[in-house]
Design a protein around this ligand. Sequence first.
Ligand SMILES: [Zn+2]
Length: 85
Amino acid sequence: MAGWDGKGSTTQWRKTRALILQRDDYLCQLTLPGCTTTATQVDHIIRLADGGMKYEPTNLRAACKHCNLAREHNPPLTPYTNQRW
Ligand SMILES: [Zn+2]
C-alpha cells in the first residue's frame, strides 16, 4: 500500500535503529556538552535533508536525546559539501 515505507516510524526504521544502538553499545557517540551518555536515539551523520542515507549504518550513530536535540539546533559537526543535482 502507498505510504508503507513513507517517512516516519516504520518497521524498517525501528529495526535499523535497534541495530545501531546495539552496535554502539547504547552509548552516545556525539558526547556534546551536557551529554547524558546513554543513547536512546539514532543520529544521521549526514542529514536526510543533505542527501544522507536514512537506513545506511555508516551514516548512523547512537545518540542520547540531549545531543540529538542539540544537533538539530547547531550546524553539522563535520564539514560537508552540499551537493545539488
Ligand atoms: Zn550525548
